[in-house]
Design a protein around this ligand. Structure first.
Ligand SMILES: *Cc1c(COP(=O)(O)O)cnc(C)c1O
Length: 408
């Protein structure tokens, strides 16, 4: 244990935009994590839907070690083998013809929104620039992405924000139909709103969005940053929704814990990002691309993906059993290993209390807003570990229930 730093150090030297839990994780293996004191945790959070293969997966470690002895960085003045192989793999296994690499989800979305604007500008002129997104949507924290995102609190105090963006209610096709026009350049959608409370787009809605985009020559941008790379039991969620996007963004799970993101699109749209129009110093970094290639190699496997659906059912069954005993959830939803449990009314606004109580019981988990508990573990979590984590969750819930809801 490194005694030179502890949780208090955070408050001394870090900008206070985060409030991390009262322990410092130092090591992980599979679905287990250990803190500075050597206490063990079951990880149901997966680094916020990132660690699809758990912690320190031997094949990822091996690839990272090998690449670290070859090339770390080159810039985009040169290309590199891992980036080219990863782009080949992504285009071979999705709708896309072309790939742009970035380092974070927000950057991939920034590229996607800029590309949509540029494509419309090139083909229809500057008037066709409206971007329509959905209320409660989350697309990242840069100024453009918080502006497209549907939560006003993330924009407040940062105005003026980019213009030409409108928001309509999610899963409400009539509202979109009323807002969309020939001046719309893109509609941006998450297949499942992750940060917004684990709210899936229903299938007819998604198909209706696609039709409205086609009718108005608007691009459909799917933000699969949280749903992509096996999370929902498909390689990408769109594959089970009966729609094909024009642009797709992927990040989080793509690197399995190593920062990388990608924007995927068609050849015709990609042409609008002509030489010199956009770029990133680290985008396409060989270390990141080598790891991501290995992540896809393991995850894009029918057996692994079928396992995700099986584990979804285990989670839902065991959460439902907790609910029968304690009547704490009003809804349990999601797909694959992106699961949300909405708390009953008296507990709205208090999801963070359950998170802290779970941590005390040796369980790392997530919330999605103030009233939804969120689970996004490794896709290869053992069935036994699911049960053990759920046991710890139930103890945490019992403790919070015994203390009672906060009233103000
Ligand atoms: C996490 C997330 C982002 C932002 O990704 P960063 O890597 O944090 O920039 C964007 N969209 C969705 C749907 C996300 O879940």
């Amino acid at each position: 244990m490194d005694t030179s730093v502890n949780r208090d150090t955070f408050d001394q030297v870090m900008v206070p935009n985060y409030k991390p839990q009262a322990m410092i994780p130092v090591r992980g293996s599979g679905t287990r994590v250990w803190d500075q004191q050597g206490r063990e945790y079951i990880d149901f959070s997966g680094g916020i839907a990132v660690n699809v293969l758990g912690h320190a997966h031997p094949q990822l470690v091996k690839v990272l070690q090998q690449q670290s002895q070859q090339l770390w960085h080159l810039s985009n003045v040169f290309t590199n083998e891992p980036a080219l192989r990863l782009a080949q793999r992504l285009t071979a296994s999705t709708f896309a013809d072309k790939v742009y690499f970035a380092n974070s989800g927000a950057e991939a979305n920034e590229a996607a929104f800029k590309l949509a604007r540029k494509y419309s500008f090139d083909h229809f002129g500057p008037e066709k620039h409206q971007i329509i997104a959905f209320e409660q949507a989350f697309h990242g924290r840069t100024l453009f992405t918080v502006s497209v995102g549907g939560q006003a609190k993330y924009r407040e105090g940062f105005e003026p924000v980019p213009a030409g963006i409108d928001h309509v209610p999610f899963n409400d096709l009539e509202a979109l139909e009323a807002a969309i026009s020939d001046r719309t350049c893109a509609v941006v959608m998450e297949p499942i709103q992750g940060e917004g409370g684990v709210v899936p787009a229903n299938k007819q809605f998604a198909q209706g969005v696609r039709e409205l985009c086609d009718r108005h020559q608007a691009l459909l941008v799917l933000d699969e940053i949280q749903t992509g790379v096996g999370r929902t039991g498909a390689l990408y969620a769109y594959m089970e929704m009966g729609i094909t996007p024009d642009i797709l963004t992927t990040a989080k799970a793509l690197g399995g814990g190593f920062p990388i993101a990608a924007m995927l699109t068609t050849e015709a749209i990609a042409a609008s990002f002509s030489f010199g129009t956009h770029g990133s110093t680290y985008g396409g970094n060989p270390l990141a691309c080598a790891v991501a290639e290995q992540v896809l190699e393991i995850v894009d496997d029918p057996q692994l993906l079928a396992g995700v659906t099986h584990k979804h059912q285990l989670f839902v069954d065991q959460l439902s059993a907790i609910n029968q005993r304690h009547n704490i959830f009003s809804d349990i939803r999601g797909r694959g290993l992106l699961i949300g449990a909405e708390l009953t009314k008296p507990w709205h606004g208090q999801a963070a209390r359950f998170l802290a109580a779970a941590r005390e019981q040796g369980l790392m988990m997530l919330v999605a807003g103030p009233k939804v508990l969120r689970f996004a573990p490794s896709l290869i979590i053992d069935d036994d570990e699911i049960s053990l984590g759920i046991e710890r969750l139930e103890k945490a819930i019992e403790k919070v229930l015994a203390e009672g809801p906060e009233t103000d």
